[in-house]
Design a protein around this ligand. Structure first.
Ligand code: PMT
Length: 404
């Protein structure tokens, strides 16, 4: 089995003698199905040539932050967004210290700051340097920030010393990279997620809809599947690829969405991030509506209420742990709390959609989660991918408490 199938890995190569193992690492990552792009520091290039890594990865090697040609092909921010994982191997003592400081004076350190993907470092250095208090403090600081440390291992070193500081072997690093995508915290949990807008037809060519892009719901589906959940994603019309290992059901209207959700029950957790139209035209005209010369400039459209999908599923005897979203432009927390109570939810994610940088069709989001005790937990602005992982983690923790 290819454990990194279609995963995008940036391999950062620092300036240490262990860089010779990076060539083998590229091969092992590709054996596992990963798409690998290599970023080299200036020091890394002293130990192994970009040409070698280009030939092995099948992609151009990225070297400089201020290279107009490279930026035109794939800019550093684009590269940071492209990655599912940034693995730095070898990571020297100097590189680790620079990461701790948040230095961004070359392409690799800049990428680490800019990416939302998990970051892992494989330290490689002389045993005394590894044992030094400064390096040890840096290792702890990186881990506290969520950066994973792969190794180092003990053994004989290129300098003749014996001790801790050897970079892990390529095969083991590739396996550890694959493990990053398989935290099985939600193993066996059946999760139903709604996403995107609904479209309510007026006639064969017109409909009522909203600005939801589906990005938030798709990011949640991806994060849940990565955490091991069995995910069914019921989505309105959007232009997004299906995340790996997610069962996607495409629907158009609110009534279709309800039917697809009911057919996907039972489930353990429901997350309703879809922006469902509250109303639909009472009658769908069989032919394109024509301008009526007798009715002046106006057109009266009679609307009727759509079923509330979330409330319907949260009232069932086999109700799942139910998480709603509230998109509000004012009185965010108050209105969200009311929806939590009126729809019988366990949690509600309050989304301030008056701010164009978060909410509908934006790359980022920021939100507060409110629980049944009306306690509020804030999630500051970050990418939807990152906030989705944080929300899935939060939901998992509350689900566990709920089941105890
Ligand atoms: O898709 P994106 O562009 O990434 O944008 C994300 C988002 C802003 C759409 C998302 O984060 C969000 O806030 N979704 C909820 C939008 C919404 O319609 O909220 P609401 O306050 O109208 O509905 C409250 C809850 O009831 C929601 O969980 C909604 O899915 C659900 N609902 C509403 C009406 C209805 N008929 N059926 C429902 O299930």
């Amino acid at each position: 089995m290819q454990r990194l199938y279609r995963k995008r890995v940036i391999l950062g190569v620092g300036g240490g003698i262990a860089a010779y193992k990076s060539a083998e690492l590229v091969r092992r990552l590709r054996d596992q199905g990963a798409d690998v792009r290599v970023v080299m520091t200036k020091g890394g290039r002293e130990f192994i040539t970009p040409l070698t890594l280009q030939a092995l990865s099948g992609n151009p090697v990225h070297l400089d932050l201020l290279d107009p040609a490279a930026e035109a092909a794939m800019g550093h921010i684009e590269l940071a967004r492209w990655a599912d994982l940034v693995l730095i191997a070898p990571a020297t003592a100097d590189l680790m210290a620079r990461l701790v400081q948040g230095v961004a004076d070359d392409l690799l350190t800049t990428l680490v700051l800019a990416t939302d993907a998990p970051v892992a470092v494989a330290p490689a250095m002389n045993q005394a340097m590894w044992g030094d208090a400064a390096t040890q403090a840096n290792a702890i600081a990186l881990q506290k920030r969520g950066i994973r440390l792969f190794g180092p291992a003990a053994g004989s070193q290129a300098c003749g010393d014996v001790g801790m500081g050897r970079m892990l072997e390529a095969e083991e690093l590739a396996q550890r990279a694959a493990d990053c995508f398989e935290s099985r915290a939600l193993d066996g949990v059946r999760m139903l997620i709604t996403a995107g807008p609904t479209q309510e037809n007026i006639d064969p060519v017109r409909y009522i809809t909203n600005h939801s892009s589906g990005k938030m719901g798709f990011a949640l589906a991806e994060a849940a599947a990565e955490a091991g959940a069995q995910v069914t994603l019921v989505t309105g019309p959007v232009h997004l690829p299906t995340p790996d290992r997610v069962n996607r059901i495409d629907v158009v209207s609110a009534r279709d969405m309800l039917a697809a959700c009911e057919a996907s029950m039972p489930c353990d957790v429901l997350i309703a991030s879809a922006a469902v139209a509250d109303y639909r035209p009472e009658v769908i005209a069989p032919h394109k509506l024509k301008k009526d010369p007798t009715s002046g400039d106006g057109l009266l459209l009679q609307l009727v209420r759509n079923p509330d999908i979330l409330a319907t599923l949260a009232q069932r005897p086999d109700r799942p742990f139910s998480v709603g979203f509230a998109a509000e432009t004012e009185n965010l927390i108050e209105y969200a709390a009311r929806k939590l109570q009126s729809k019988n939810l366990d949690l509600i994610v309050a989304n301030d959609v008056a701010n164009p940088n978060i909410g509908f069709n934006s790359e980022d989001n920021a939100c507060s989660v409110i629980d049944r005790e009306l306690h509020e937990t804030r999630f500051p602005q970050t990418s939807k991918a990152k906030i989705a992982r944080q929300l899935i983690d939060f939901i998992r923790e509350r689900l566990t408490r709920h089941q105890d």
